[in-house]
Every structure is written in structure tokens, then in C-alpha cells.
Design a protein. Structure first.
Length: 275
């Protein structure tokens, strides 16, 4: 499913229903960020996570801030003008295209998610600068072929792309995660960059295990990986300095809103270039 930047969303196939009987990670993430696009079932699950992980809002905010810094780096320093953002989540301004188009108004962005509540808010993702373009694709991260096919309608895949997998891969088991990353990178041109963040238990295993159990008890697959396991996603790529590090410590702003303390060191983040 795609949406034209200036048009009305066109729906194909059966009508998509939002299931409010069980929590959804995108809506729980919205709750952590202080958003309003969540339901009581999401708030209840998120509050249970926060009881076991009192600083749980910090990583969500730090993860969002990392995305902003990563996109600025790609647009300002790496010269990237095309972005493929998979696992977009519920729109929270500034969205990726807003950050990119501040530097490069002609930047083209394709958002991908499989959550119907993200689809319901997709128009917020399509407010592109006149010189640029945005598109939204309703697809599953486990189907990289369909994602690439749809993205190619907006992006020129013969030129570099910034592939954003922010807080996504920990929702996929090992085989699916590596298959998705491998297929996506194979389809992108040299000079493309992989941006990812990923939950880890390296810093606080007990609290992280409690949070993990809340998700699993509610039918949400979520896994954590070590630094070495996350590093595997960058195999064959050239890591950008400072490498794969705790998210708040990846090129922090001079006066960060969230200090780079242990409270936010619950995920790793990094960027690497395809040679």
C-alpha cells in the first residue's frame, strides 16, 4: 500500500482493523514518548514495564534523539538524499523527512510499517517540502522484497540510500532479522548507509529481563542482543565513528536534552556505510 505525497490515501485489499484488545509495541512506544495515540491496554503494559524499569522513558527519548542526529549526519555530512525508514512507528514531529529536508529540501523519503494505527496517521508522514517527496508503504519487515519493490517507485536505488532500522530488529528473531538486513542492503547502491538502534541487556540485565517478560506475556516477540550480536548486522560495512555505542553516546549534541547516563544505556546505536 502506498500513498502519493499530494493525494488521498488509496486502500487495496481488505479493510484493516486496529486491535485494541492487546498492546502493540508502536503504541507502547508512543506512550513512553508522552503521546496520545495509544489505548488503555497499551498504557497498562507500558506502566508495567516502567515499574520494573523506572528509567524506561529515557531510552525511548534517547532513541528518538539518536534518529534525529543520525539523519542530520546523513544529510549534512554524508550527502544522502534518499531515505528508507522501516518500522516508522506513530508519527512524532519532527519526523525523519522533516529533519532531512531541513538540510536537503529535495530529499526523498519512503516510510514503511505494518501497524494499522501508523497507516491511520500516514498523512502526517506525507507533508513533504515542495522540492522533495515522501511515500508510505504498508508492509512487513519480514518481506524485504516487497519493501524494495514499493520503495523503488519513489527512490532511485542506483543512488545511495539511508536505510533506517530504528528500534526494529529486536522484534525479529535471528533468521528473519539477518535475512531482512541482508536482502535490503543487497538491493541498495554503494555509498548507502545502514542506521540502526537495538535493545540490549548488556548494561542492566535484571531490569531488562523484567521488561522483556511484560512484552512476552502479552504476546509480543521481543529479544535483546549483545554488542557482538548486534555488530553482526554491520558485517561487510564500514562503521562510522564512533562505531556501535550506547545510543545516547553516538555523537551527542553539545547540550543534549537527555544526558548520556546509565539510565539511557539500554540500547546500542550505530551507522555504517556500504562500500
Amino acid at each position: 500500500m502506498t500513498h502519493d505525497t499530494h493525494g488521498t490515501p488509496e486502500t487495496h485489499g481488505p479493510r484493516i482493523r486496529i486491535d485494541t484488545s492487546r498492546p502493540h509495541p508502536a503504541r507502547m512506544y508512543d506512550y513512553y514518548l508522552g503521546g496520545k495515540d495509544n489505548y488503555p491496554v497499551d498504557a497498562e503494559a507500558a506502566e508495567r514495564v516502567l515499574r520494573g524499569l523506572p528509567h524506561g522513558r529515557g531510552p525511548a527519548l534517547a532513541n528518538r534523539a539518536f534518529m534525529h542526529r543520525a539523519v542530520r549526519f546523513l544529510a549534512e555530512e554524508a550527502g544522502v538524499r534518499q531515505f528508507l525508514d522501516i518500522g516508522t512507528g506513530i508519527p512524532t514531529s519532527p519526523n525523519l523527512h522533516e529533519v532531512a529536508q531541513r538540510t536537503a529540501p529535495a530529499a526523498r523519503v519512503v516510510y514503511v510499517d505494518n501497524d494499522p494505527i501508523v497507516l491511520a496517521h500516514a498523512q502526517a508522514l506525507l507533508r513533504s517540502a515542495p522540492e522533495g517527496s515522501t511515500d508510505y508503504v504498508q508492509a512487513d519487515a519480514r518481506d524485504p522484497g516487497a519493501i524494495i519493490e514499493a520503495a523503488a517507485r519513489t527512490l532511485d536505488l542506483s543512488r545511495p540510500v539511508g536505510l533506517s532500522l530504528i528500534a526494529l530488529l529486536h522484534f525479529l528473531p535471528d533468521d528473519a532479522a539477518h535475512d531482512t538486513v541482508g536482502h535490503l542492503l543487497a538491493a541498495l547502491a554503494p555509498g548507502s548507509h545502514l542506521v540502526l538502534s537495538h535493545t540490549t541487556a548488556d548494561f542492566d540485565p535484571d531490569s531488562t529481563a523484567r521488561a522483556l517478560q511484560v512484552y512476552r506475556d502479552r504476546g509480543v516477540f521481543l529479544t535483546v542482543r549483545s554488542h557482538a550480536e548486534i555488530s553482526r548486522f554491520f558485517t561487510g560495512l564500514e562503521l562510522v565513528d564512533p562505531g556501535l555505542v550506547p545510543g545516547a553516546r553516538w555523537r551527542p549534541d553539545p547540550a543534549p536534552a537527555q544526558p548520556a547516563t546509565a539510565a539511557t544505556d539500554l540500547f546500542y546505536a550505530g551507522i555504517a556505510r556500504k562500500p
